[in-house]
Each structure stands twice: as structure tokens, then as C-alpha cells.
Write a protein of this length. Sequence first.
Length: 452
Amino acid sequence: METILIVDDEKNYLVVLSAFLSGEGYETLTADNAHRALEILASTDLDLVLTDMKMPSMDGIELLRHIKEEHPDLPVVMMTGYGTVEKAVEAMQLGAFNFILKPFQNETLKQIVKKAVDAYSVLKENRRLVGALETKYHFDNIIGKSKPMQAIFDTIQKIAHTKATVLITGESGTGKELIAKAIHFNSPRRNKPFVAISCAALTETLLESELFGHEKGAFTGATAMKKGRFELADGGTLFLDEIGEVPASVQVKLLRVLEEMTFERVGGTRTIAVDVRLIAATNKDLKAEVEQHRFREDLYFRLNVVHIKLPPLRERSEDIPLLIAHFVNKYAREANKGEMTISPEAMRFLCNHRWPGNVREFEHAIERAVLLSKGNEITLDDLPNDLMSFADLEIPIDWQKLSNLPETLDAIEKRLIQKALSLSNNVQSRAANLLGIPRNNLHYRLKKHNLL
Ligand SMILES: Nc1ncnc2c1ncn2[C@@H]1O[C@H](COP(=O)(O)OP(=O)(O)OP(=O)(O)O)[C@@H](O)[C@H]1O
Ligand SMILES: [Mg+2]
């Protein structure tokens, strides 16, 4: 329950306002002078101060100044009577959240109070998340409080200092390369090179020469000796990305390096020995590749000494608020925007989306939203509008009945309305806004679809 402090030298006002706001579900405290208000503030967690402007001894402006010194974010709403309106402008410049002219309707007060309290709770939530980020929910710059991510952090800590080969699997964009780097930079090899190579998109010969190097004249175009990635990574870590794409002939050579840590450059006869820690990654199901005889089983076992399986983002949505805080802060800082918040609708949307491109896609969406947002709040408008795909709507379409277009369209309409309602936390006016229809029209449709 949010706590509101009401400050006014007219005791009757305190009684009336306190009764009204309690009735609206707030906890209320009252002070009949500014000094008392500051005492209460010092010992209580408040969510809003509602203060009169004209008071003897210390007026509302002075009180506002004191509050802003200690609690710059706590919203303060000024109540100004006739003759003090110009003071209200000054109050706004000093950081008051809003002002309200006396006498006022309860409804007006209710709305202003709600806005202030909501904005503050969003800000506090954001703070809390940033605070959480600074503690245990990250490993280097890898964010995650979900069970699988915490287990992965544990694994990294346990195996980073060893030389064990690591196989990292996970869908595209889940953070495989990030994990590989974290292992390297938390290992005794951190001051030696971290060399990465993608095994896809290279022909067999090129891949071989990239990995093991070649001697001058080894093949047409080999005009000089070239060191391969194994040699370049000597003492450090070699990251073999998309290991599932390695052709059979290169798989044999890799197996030998893993077993003996020796190899020859292409076209060479001298055996070269290196000290390299190998980390491999793939978004394929490597075990299935083995079963289909597309990947050597012995190589698979050599690689799979430690297996880190990154879950897709949609299976760890509890990490999403932290990731939002992380990326919003990162990109707000880069864009020189101040502290930013995110509207509850946008937050819900981000948490519910399926994110087929995982953290990479998610990060881009946030980066874009930070740049697009007009004020300091990210809203639904700032999120890519192609994000919601029909797959997300999970519309039950009966293929037998596809010829009945009106029925199919009805099903789609129903799901869109349900989606809008869930995004707006069942607040019908917001859902109507999202759908771009008047509220009574939404009401009619809710009835039609039995959603009331
Ligand atoms: N848990 C996480 N916390 C913070 N950032 C993350 C996290 N996971 C991924 N990222 C970010 O998402 C982006 C994609 O990560 P990365 O390149 O490691 O994915 P990947 O699994 O290697 O993808 P691909 O299979 O497409 O190569 C990077 O910018 C990375 O910093
Ligand atoms: Mg990658």
C-alpha cells in the first residue's frame, strides 16, 4: 500500500483529504506544519507528499526545497489557493511533480495522485532492478537470475581455471560467445589471446588453413607462410563457433589436436605443439548430428567434457526485467539520456514476447526503443511494431472451417482483444487505446466474445 503524507495548516482539510485518500486505498499521514512533515519524512518511507503552499513559519516552497535535497525523486504535489498560482510555477521548476488548484474536485485529485504514485513506483522498481544487477545477478556482464543461468554461472566459476574443453549449445543469440569469453577472462589464460573462428561459411580447404595455418606454396594462392588460429591462440583460448558445420575431414584433424595438442600446417611436415584451451559452440543439436552420422562421436565426446546449455530467452522470462534494466541503462548512457523508465504496458509486452532471436533480438529492440523514446519513459510505441507475430497470438484456427472467413476473423479478433487486455493489465480503457477503438466499442466486442 502506498503512503501519502498530507501537509496543510488547516486541520479540516487534513481530515477531509485523509478520509478521501484512505478511501482510495492509500495509507495517509498528516502534518499541520512543514517542520512536522520533515520529521515524518525522516522516519517514514513515503510515496507522495501532498502539501499546501501557504503555511505559516515554513511555506510549501521551502518544504519542497528540503524534500528535494534528501529525496530528489519523491513526488511532491502542491495545493495552491487563489493568489499563489505564480508560486506553483516556481514549485514546478524546483521539481514538484504537479500542482492542483484549490478548491478542487476529488476526481482531479485522485488522478494527479495516481499518476504521481505510479510514476514513482516505476522509478523505484527500476532502481531495485539496477540494484539487483549490481549484486549477484550477473557474471561479468552476463545477466541472469533464473535457475539455469545461476547454474551456468556456477559452472563457469568451477571450470574456468581448468583446461577442460567446453561445449556451449543454445539457440542463436542466447549468449554463447559471451559465455566463452567469460570463461577465458576468468581463467589463468586471461592475459593470453582469445581467438574466435566461425567454422561455417568457409570451404573445407580454407577452414583447414585458417585453423592450422599453411606453408608457403601449400596451394595456389598460398604465397607466404601463414599461422593458423591454433598457433595464434597459443597459451590462450580458441573459440570454435558453429562446430556443427565442420566437414568430416577437418573433424579428424581436430580430434588429433584435442588428443595430442599437435598438428602440421597445411603443406607442412613439421609437427607443431601448442597449449590451447578449446571452447566450441553450436546452435545445432550435436548429439542428434552424431546419431545421424554427420558428426564424429569420438570428437563429440572430446568436446563435451563440460557442457553448457543456454536456455532460450522465452524459457527464462524472469530474467527479462533485469535484462531490460541492464540494456536500458547501457543504451541510455550511450545516448546521453538521463535515467529512463519503462511503462508497465511496455514491460509486460517485453516479458511476454517469444523472442525467437533471443537476447540479441531483445537487445536491439531495447536499443531502438531508447533512441526512439521521446521523454524518459519507454512506451509500447517505442517497441518495434512488427514484434507481435501471429504465432504469438496462438490463434486456434480450425483448418476444416477455413472456408468460413467470418468465423476465422472472429477468432483473430478475440485473441487480439485478449492480448490487448493482458498487455494493459485488464484495464479496459488502456486496452481500447491499444486497439485504437473507443471504450464502448471494446465493451461491445468483449460482450460478443464472452470475455466479460
Ligand atoms: N545473459 C546475457 N546478458 C547480457 N547480454 C547478453 C546475454 N546473453 C546474450 N547477451 C548479448 O546478446 C548478444 C548476442 O550474444 P552472443 O553473440 O553471445 O550470442 P550467440 O549465442 O553466440 O549467438 P549466435 O548463435 O547467433 O552466434 C550479445 O550482444 C550479447 O552481449
Ligand atoms: Mg555467436
